[in-house]
Design a protein around this ligand. Sequence first.
Ligand SMILES: C[S@@+](CC[C@H](N)C(=O)[O-])C[C@H]1O[C@@H](n2cnc3c(N)ncnc32)[C@H](O)[C@@H]1O
Length: 248
Amino acid sequence: MQACTLAFGPSHGRMPLTDIMGALGAHRWRVRGVHVPALGVKIHPHYGVFAPTRHEYVDLVASVPWPRPGKVFEIGTGTGVLAVLLAQRGASDVVAVDIEPRAVECARDNVDRLGLSASVRVVRQDLFPDGTADLIVCNPPWLPSPVSSSLDTAVYDPGSRMLRGFLRGLPEHLSPGGEAWLVVSDLAERLGLRAPTRTLITDAGLVVRDRLDIRPRHKARKDDPLAEYRSAEVTSLWRITRSDKAEV
Ligand SMILES: C[S@@+](CC[C@H](N)C(=O)[O-])C[C@H]1O[C@@H](n2cnc3c(N)ncnc32)[C@H](O)[C@@H]1O
């Protein structure tokens, strides 16, 4: 009962069995938490919020050279895992945003549990908050598939709206001399579902300063029709800057 109330709200009424099973599974994660090695602490995902069960992308953000930023934005914070990592790495002024109310509540919960609310403010926002930041981090959903419910927003980015909107907004929101970190896998481009990430970045008038790559550690399931593509998948952290022209 408590699991359904937390997942669907107090007046959820009768529900299909599959939804109840989903809420129960999510509730176990919420209570137990997921240990994230790069953080050394647990993150507690809420129902319908993207959970950091694959750790490679967090490891990328943990290993990239630290630019000692003042203001930091994290776009699409989900559980808040990357905002927490940025605060652990030394950021004291992080604005972490998400379009989904569930994610905002979840990220606030994690930030509060870890005693980081003085450094990380979580707000509901479509893409960028007002103003500029020295470091802007984004891990958008990696597949550009259509969504059928708000739950899908955590894992699918229809028409690459978030990815393209993020790149389009960077020249306006990145401080001169600032840096953006885009975390994205190449699965969508391997499947021919979108243009290569580098093309999207340069088409937005931005410059690739560096790229860190990591291979997934989990094995693709043999019955997965995408196994061949998944086994070759590479996740990258793209270090992006404004072009000189944009900085004038
Ligand atoms: C792949 S998850 C990443 C979550 C978290 N940053 C992480 O690395 O685990 C993408 C997140 O972006 C959010 N999102 C999708 N579209 C957005 C938008 N237009 N503005 C802000 N957040 C968005 C989703 O709700 C989801 O929480």
